[in-house]
Write a protein that binds this ligand. Sequence first.
Ligand code: ZN
Ligand code: ZN
Length: 319
Amino acid sequence: MNTYNIKKITRRTLLKYSFSTGALLTVSSSFPPFLMAENKSTGLEHPFKNPKNYTDKGRCPNCGMMLNMWARTRHEFSNSEGAHTTCSIHCLADMSQNSGESPKNTKVALYLHPEKIVAADMAFYVIGSSAKGTMTMNSKVAFLTEEEANNYVQEHGGTVVDFTAALTAATKELALSRPKIEGKRKKKGIVTEPTPETRCPVCGMYPARYPKHRSQLSTEDGTHHHFCSNQCLVLFMADQKQYVEKPAKIKSIWVTVYPDGGYEYAMGLYYLVGSNILGPMGKEPLPYRSKSAADTAAGEHGGTVLRFTALTPVNVMAI
Ligand SMILES: [Zn+2]
Ligand SMILES: [Zn+2]
């Protein structure tokens, strides 16, 4: 049982923290392998349970999964925000849709030789085979040559397509796959629901009562904290020791998408801060799925759109 040290939040407390939440994020060494297709095994290890050959210890910026585990389906691309590596073409499609930008310089790992990564335009994708996918039941795996792709289809089924067709298929699946992905996260305990008695460690309110604003994070020691609002989440991340006896490294963070609902990985969303839309604690960073939705809300309600790593107690509380 975790003991919370509930503190009254004062303006002075807030101004103490000028650093951003991004600086406080740590990378976990493991993450439960989930969301892989439960179809016929192809004899390949995917995900890698104990990845040794891949040096990228980072997480997919869209879903939070460990990149080295999902090396066979990883993609690299760039857009106006910088260069990114995702676990899959699903997360590439999601980020492209949410940012409103087509990916540039896209590369894909070869499914059979995940140490190699090639230009996606040159690769041959097999979609809908019995290969295990990532974030989808309809896998999309890449090969270097058409011959290799055709050979794979002969043994494991599916269809050979180019990158554009694979990305189009992944984009079409997004709306359907989101509730399934959230369901699997809940089933695996990666995302949990607060009980009516669960209290926000920052303000002491009950997150179960605020389904449009609540958020949660898990730490390396196995603790799960539920927050009434993203204001309390950001305050907690800025200085854990104010609220818990034993601060621990943060593993992953989940926020409620505004206004649609549903928990999503915090890093992938666009946050409206300083608007006139208030949450349970007043000023609130509101997580929108797409940049265009956040920009539209800023036009109507005021405020600025930021990514999660830029949120600080000071800018979240700005008037
Ligand atoms: Zn991902
Ligand atoms: Zn709270």
